[in-house]
Design a protein around this ligand. Structure first.
Ligand code: IMP
Length: 423
């Protein structure tokens, strides 16, 4: 029996989907614990590229169960399109995919509220994916939400109506121009609910407790990244869930002392999509090259990601919060061709050198301090062993490991399953 946990250590888009997919054959159960369709977990195998939003990244492997935990928020409409998109793979979803009754539903009016709230914020907008994430979690913590289990109850439609009416009043309160046709959105929503009903709903905490007793192995899959955590991220420019390790306990009902390995995923550089502080952001050619070579465009929104150098201050912080035991470095191949690489090892903050994330990070009060490394020209995408990596990359890896005091066990050199080097 083992429960391991895999999560992103930066601002999301680290490549969690690929690594879950690579590791999946070792686990009986893959369980997603937070977030919703704001996530886009990209998997590539056999020349196929597929983006998952709410469904755990283990879905393509045989002989495992994929659970959507209570900490996740589900938009039935997006979920339906995700299920439809999987049809060509002939997966037995009914037996492979199960959903917690306690997961909350994203209603069409949650999406509208998200748009109204962001529009009202003007320049201070979060840069939300506008999938209704924040209003849904607000209803959850405000004790107004509708859960998957409510679908099975006789008063589901009444509950829906009461909440949607309240949302309409709130949308009007924002006093911003949001165009919508609610009956149309509701038709789509209730059709999608019928599709959701075809799957099995479970009490995931009971299911997972039983699985542990039976000696099954479980991988908890996080979404977004640690710096987007609602408590520990760059608030308010964060998402609305706990993306850090504690989120796996609350989002699945797994006790903290059951978690063994914590796999932390990070990119060899840094990206961020949406607004908010990003000390090592590169506004020049280097950032542009990273975006281009790394194909840094959002898999959900298509937005260009902001790019910059690896920030070890932020990485150490994320490792500490999560108790990371093993690191996985993604997109090492994207750094090929840079003459010089930079890694941030501290910040100049109000005339002082600091090595932690200050409460308030603003461009004018935080300047990164960089250590420079010699780059390499070699294309890494065809390499399969650690020994074959260029010396300069090995030096880069060794430096990171020394600084953060956690070993890097996997180096990814391309999007395909096969482009994964184990160390
Ligand atoms: P929301 O969670 O859609 O409201 O977005 C809040 C912030 O988190 C925005 O800056 C988004 O760009 C960012 N965000 C949300 N989900 C992801 C993700 O899966 N990858 C990267 N950024 C994300």
């Amino acid at each position: 029996m083992t429960v391991d946990l895999l999560l992103g250590l930066q601002w999301g888009d680290e490549g969690k989907g690929k690594i879950v997919d690579v590791l999946t054959s070792k686990y009986d159960i893959i369980a997603r614990f937070q977030g919703g369709p704001n996530a886009g977990h990209t998997l590539e195998f056999d020349g196929i590229k597929h983006v998952l939003r709410t469904i755990p990244s283990g879905i393509f492997h045989k002989n495992n169960i994929n659970i959507i935990g209570n900490g996740v928020v589900i938009d039935p409409v997006v979920f339906k399109s995700e299920i439809d998109g999987l049809a060509k793979f002939n997966l037995d979803l009914k037996s492979k995919l199960i959903i917690s009754r306690k997961a909350h539903l994203i209603l069409p009016t949650h999406r509208l509220l998200d748009a109204a709230s962001e529009t009202a914020k003007g320049k201070a907008k979060i840069g939300s994916t506008l999938k209704g994430i924040s209003p849904t979690y607000m209803d959850k913590t405000g004790r107004n939400g509708i859960r998957v289990g409510d679908i099975e109850l006789a008063d589901f439609k009444d509950k829906y109506r009461a909440l949607a009416n309240k949302h309409e009043e709130m949308i009007a309160f924002y006093d911003v121009a949001i165009q919508y046709n609610l009956p149309e959105l509701e038709k789509e929503f209730f059709e999608a609910i019928e599709d959701l009903r075809k799957l099995d709903f479970i009490d995931s905490e009971e299911y997972l407790a039983k699985a542990q007793k039976e000696g099954k192995s479980i991988l908890c899959e996080g979404a977004q990244g640690s710096l987007l955590d609602v408590d520990f991220g760059t608030y308010p420019f964060v998402t609305s869930s706990n993306t850090t390790a504690a989120g796996a306990c609350t989002g699945l009902g797994i006790a903290p002392n059951k978690i063994k390995e914590v796999f932390g995923i990070f990119k060899a550089y840094t990206t961020r999509v949406g607004s908010g502080p990003f000390p090592t952001e590169d506004f020049g050619d280097d950032g542009d090259v990273m975006a281009k070579v790394g194909n840094e465009f959002g898999s959900v929104t298509g937005r260009k990601r902001r790019c910059g150098w690896l920030d070890l201050v932020a990485l150490k912080y994320a490792i500490q919060i999560n108790g990371v035991t093993q690191l996985m470095m993604m997109k090492g191949d994207v750094l090929s061709g840079f003459e010089t690489l930079k890694v941030c090892t501290g910040y100049n903050y109000k005339g002082e050198v600091i090595h932690h994330l200050p409460f308030n990070i603003e461009e004018e009060n935080v300047t990164p301090i960089y250590t420079e490394f010699k780059g390499w020209a070699q294309d890494l995408t065809g390499l399969t062993t650690f020994e074959s990596l260029p010396k300069e990359l090995k030096d880069y890896i060794e430096f990171i490991e020394k600084e953060v005091e956690v070993p890097i066990k996997i180096i990814s050199v391309g999007p395909d399953r096969k482009q994964t080097i184990m160390k």
